[in-house]
Design a binder for this molecule. Sequence first.
Ligand code: 77G
Ligand code: MG
Length: 214
Amino acid sequence: TQSTRPQRLLGAVQKNATRGQPHSVLKAIDQFCTHTEWAMNVGDEKGCILDSVVSEVNPATVLELGTYCGYSTVRIASLLPPHAKLITLEFNPDFAAIARQVIAWAGLEDKVQLVEGASGDWIPKMKEQFGITTFDFVFLDHWKDRYLPDTKLMEECGLLRKGTVLLADNVICPGTPDYLEYIRNSPRYKSQYFKSHLEYTKVEDGLEKSVFQG
Ligand SMILES: Nc1ncnc2c1ncn2CCCCCNC(=O)c1cc(-c2ccc(F)cc2)cc(O)c1O
Ligand SMILES: [Mg+2]
């Protein structure tokens, strides 16, 4: 039977990366996606911007919306302080199964809790299920038409505090126009656009960093 792209990506990690070395996992995925098959990981160019924002925030609690194969999960978790926790939500069980193995290969399973399900269902349950009061950092990389409703949902559920940083992928390509309009015009956020390119291409894309003002 035919393998899927995530299965082929995992194979490239197991073949070319060293267990317990997150940077080698990222390098293996980026090489696979550059030379063999494009895949919708945040990639190395936007990944460096992600790294700088995560390092600046130094978060104890992280929420990632949209795990896919776990590339950005590994990227973020490898920068977290010892007792920090990253919760990542993935809707697609096949993607989640691959991501678990990629995260394990990087040796980061103790910092990561991968939850299968839709963001809209899980965001209201974060406090009771995981003992989270608020998130220090949120990476939005799931369905582009869920960025806005889920941000409003996080506000309503009291998951954001003064200073929480939201970082949104793909605000240009595929694009999240309603989210950008809201977040850039809301007095409750201070936003900044980081111009970059769609992973592994020359197409323009970028990340929007927004700080919740409380
Ligand atoms: N927990 C949850 N709740 C709701 N939805 C959930 C979810 N967990 C997952 N999903 C469902 C997300 C599915 C993947 C989202 N990402 C994308 O759709 C995406 C697409 C491109 C792209 C760009 C140009 C092209 F020509 C083609 C594709 C690039 C990217 O960086 C992308 O992140
Ligand atoms: Mg993305």
